[in-house]
Design a protein. Structure first.
Length: 173
């Protein structure tokens, strides 16, 4: 079993699983492009811990943990919303869906064509899957509500003028 403190830019899924490699590393949120687009705190750290192994001596798998504090924009009040995430995942990598049939349901199936996967893409995908679609506070946040009383204006019916029109008898002579 190999242990490394640095995460490579490309994960050699099959080779790492055969060697049972464990990797640990840290990224800045700003180094994850799709996450930095939605995060307010771009200079905070993302901690990543990945363990590779073979399931049934043939299917490469990754057991991973990603930890980060992310500040998003609340979709109700547009104020900062802090979320502490600890993303646990268990991925099984297969070349086609038939290989996935014999695997336990604890695995998320990841169909890949090559032997390598970009580290940043894997980390980003797992973080995005764990974030809420529309982040919002768990309480009634500061919505920009008008506190003024609504005054209903009484308007005149536009058809009242039609009451005064006399209908001519057409066709009677």
């Amino acid at each position: 079993m190999e242990t490394s403190k640095l995460l490579p830019s490309e994960l050699k899924i099959f080779n790492f699983a055969k060697k049972e490699v464990s990797l640990f590393g840290e990224y800045l949120i700003s180094s994850l492009p799709r996450i930095s687009e939605i995060a307010i705190n771009k200079e905070d750290c993302v901690k990543v811990d990945l363990s590779f192994y073979l399931e049934n001596d043939k299917t490469p798998c990754i057991k991973g943990i990603i930890e980060l504090n992310i500040v998003l924009e609340c979709q109700r009040c547009l104020e900062a919303l802090q979320k502490q995430l600890k993303v646990n995942f268990n991925l099984a990598f297969v070349r086609n869906e038939q290989q996935a049939e014999g695997l336990d349901s604890q695995y998320e199936i990841y169909v890949i064509e090559g032997d390598e996967l970009a580290t940043i893409d894997l980390i980003t995908d797992e973080i995005l899957l764990s974030l809420p679609m529309a982040p919002s506070h768990n309480y009634e946040c500061n919505l920009n509500k008008d506190k003024q009383e609504i005054v209903k204006e009484k308007r005149e019916n536009p058809f009242t003028i039609l009451k005064n029109i006399k209908i001519a008898d057409v066709g009677k002579e």
